[in-house]
Design a protein. Structure first.
Ligand SMILES: *Cc1c(COP(=O)(O)O)cnc(C)c1O
Length: 375
């Protein structure tokens, strides 16, 4: 397996292609195989299929190198989330983005109801308040841009404040992904991905990944994964690695189209608000420009009318797919408040648009007809 030490100078665009390959030798395979074995010959570090697997390791190698740490793959994004939340001591305090992913918010509510943790919600757009709330806390959990409000967090500012206070920091980097944003570079301790989304990129696999530079966290996360059993299947890991090979190209196409669509949505009579950090007047634009290598493939917008009008828009798209999830090659729309788990301060008509790699004019023609139909 190529290791990080061998390729430290390569750009992310190259790493997604060249990382995680078997060593070059005559007739060695170019791709890591799907290793379907629950047990391994005695004497090595793997030993059993719940501890490790060569197919996962190839994926972990690439994502770890991209993010700048050591990676562990999990059975899903939420499997990764749960393992990281297990690092919080009993009765510990978690400071979290008020608009974090609905599954993360729901899990934290359950843990708080059980008396396991205390939760403090903060707006990640306000780095000064995040710093104040971190006093006496155990974990700071941020997302940027947030799902689905598209708020941007100044990672360097909050990571520095948390570090001064001895608070562990986690960034859910699912929305931006490692091509556009590498939180460890900004001082974050643990980076997490729902690899189900853009890393795998084809809406055909569920998988999570955690990356950290801290050996103690790594060891504890590995132990949790092994003992809880939240391990990925080898075939899922292989699919994710296969998808990852084209991440750079997919991100390039999707975010170019996302900017075009955001600009056009902003002046559409059926749209009342747009959030996309690539728009010069977006509140997150300045920080995103400093912190990210692009603005990503996700756009949030609000339609005229109420929930029923926004649902009607989702029903009327034809090329675009009305479905949850994001980061795939196909463009998806969804009214987030259709989920009871979504936070009540997310507007009823907020549509999350995940831009895929189709032709942007075809996408606009479809969005425009569906929007015009609700006027
Ligand atoms: C989807 C998602 C998750 C959860 O990941 P799963 O793979 O669905 O378990 C976590 N965080 C964010 C930001 C997500 O979009």
């Amino acid at each position: 397996m190529s290791s990080r030490e061998n390729v430290p100078h390569l750009s992310p665009e190259t790493l997604v292609v060249s990382g995680g390959r078997p060593a070059k030798a005559p007739d060695a395979p170019v791709n890591v195989p799907v290793v379907l074995s629950s047990t391994f010959h005695a004497g090595g570090p793997v030993a059993y299929g719940r501890t490790s697997n060569p197919t996962w390791e190839a994926l972990e190698d690439v994502v770890g190198t991209l993010e700048g740490g050591r990676a562990l793959a999990f059975s899903s994004g939420m499997g990764a989330v749960s393992a990281v939340l297990d690092l919080v001591p009993n009765g510990g305090t978690v400071v979290v983005s008020s608009h974090s992913y609905s599954g993360v918010a729901a899990r934290l509510r359950d843990l708080e109801a059980d008396g396991r943790v205390v939760v403090k919600l903060v707006s990640v757009q306000d780095a000064a308040t995040v710093a104040t709330e971190c006093m006496g806390a155990d974990l700071l959990w941020v997302e940027t841009p947030t799902n689905p409000a598209m708020e941007v967090c100044d990672l360097a500012a909050v990571a520095a404040a948390a570090r001064r206070l001895g608070v562990m920091t986690v960034c859910d980097n699912t929305f931006a992904g490692p091509m556009l944003q590498r939180p460890i570079e900004h001082g974050i301790d643990v980076v997490l991905h729902s690899a189900t989304k853009s890393l795998a990129g084809h809406s055909d696999v569920l998988l999570g990944i955690v990356v950290t530079t801290d050996d103690a966290y790594y060891d504890r996360l590995l132990r949790t994964r092994t003992l809880v059993g939240s391990i990925p299947g080898p075939f899922e890991a292989w699919l994710a690695l296969r998808g990852l090979r084209t991440l750079a190209l997919r991100v390039k196409q999707s975010q170019a189209s996302a900017l075009q669509l955001a600009i056009r949505l902003a002046t559409h009579p059926a749209v009342t608000a747009v959030r996309y950090p690539g728009l010069p007047d977006d509140p997150g634009h300045e920080i995103a420009t400093r912190q990210m290598d692009g603005y990503g493939a996700l756009v949030a917008f609000e339609t005229v009318g109420g929930a029923a009008t926004a649902e009607a828009f989702c029903e009327r798209v034809e090329l675009v797919t009305h479905a949850t999830s994001l980061g795939g090659v196909e463009t998806l729309v969804e009214r987030r408040r259709r989920w009871p788990e979504e936070r009540p301060d997310i507007p009823e008509t907020l549509i999350r648009l995940s831009v895929g790699i189709e032709d942007v004019e075809d996408l606009w023609a479809d969005l425009d007809q569906a929007l015009t139909s609700i006027l």
